[in-house]
Design a protein around this ligand. Sequence first.
Ligand code: DI6
Ligand code: FE
Length: 408
Amino acid sequence: MSWDQVWIDINIATMSPSISTPYGAITDGAIAVKDGKIAWIGARTELPEFDVLATPIYKGKGGWVTPGLIDAHTHLVFAGNRANEFELRLQGASYEEIARSGGGIISTVKACREASEAELFELGRQRLNALAKEGVTTVEIKSGYGLDIETELKILRVARELGKHHHVDVKTTFLGAHAIPPEFSGDSDAYVDLVINEMLPKVVAENLADAVDVFCENIAFNLAQTERVLQAAKKAGLTIKLHAEQLSNMGGSAMAAKLGAKSVDHIEYLDEADVKALSESGTCATLLPGAFYFLRETQHPPIDLLRQYQVPMVVASDYNPGSSPLCSSLLMLNMACTLLRLTPEEALAGMTRNAAKALDIEQQVGILAVGMHADFCLWNISTPAQLAYTYGVNACVDVVKNGQLVHQ
Ligand code: DI6
Ligand code: FE
């Protein structure tokens, strides 16, 4: 066998559903990499003969290898911060009150309109580095803090550039319908027209987005407006997803599921009929424990129903300055368990296998199996549950992206 590298002295949480052990685990395993892909994976004792002198061999000191983590929902390109609103909320104001009085998303929009592409790039790069240090190898980044043509395109260009200049793969999502900008206050339909007729065609022409998202909520866009945007996105050949059922049940999830959305995100207020709709359409349910925590939400997403109907659960950071200023994927694994009551295995699946489904990249990443990208992390842990159990001492030892050892 001629391989580019071989990993031994490792345990492997493959997260593959075709291996029946918890975490799809292979203890005392080995991985061989060739041309950026996994060429062989299995028990060390079954590793075929190979040229040990000509092949770099990496020893994992008995740690665990997992698929590279995938943060499938972030808003990490933004300027400014909202610490002042954090203080207001601690004095009693609600997130919705702040949003209605021109703060909230709109205050970040002002900062983003003023920021240069270079400034946004540098801010995004630092945040991407923080996620990468914790083993994230793929991230989704949304626009939505521009709300005018120029700034929406600017944010998406920055997100694309980040992907080109960083080992972390970036999937971009156009979220022009995130909030109603002040210029269109009182005429949200006209803003939706702008999103559909002017922004979207430009986004498509420049190939700036892989998907389209909408914030369907009583403080943002109603069901009919949301459907118009998603239909237009589908027509343009983009995948669709939705911020839905975060603060109330607007029916967005069921509608998006019917349109074939890849995921619906937040979903604290999802009901059983909605869950059924997701399971019928194969739509993922993205849980965002950081926003749940930071907004001190008390309505829990219906985890038992999602399990019952076998809807793939995704866990993501929702990293953003308003509702989840927490730039850590590992922290989300912990919160998904402590706050939302996922098992550590479900949480890890939510940041690997299921996150890949939500981003439509499950043929390449998300599990460790022959033919998949060699995209994995080595952790200094003695059991995979430790990833969700503890937080603060970063156990990520090595990251391999497309067969390349990343030095960070
Ligand atoms: N839901 C959220 O939690 C974020 N966007 C959204 O649609 C919040 C964005 C912000 O407050 O800046
Ligand atoms: Fe979000």
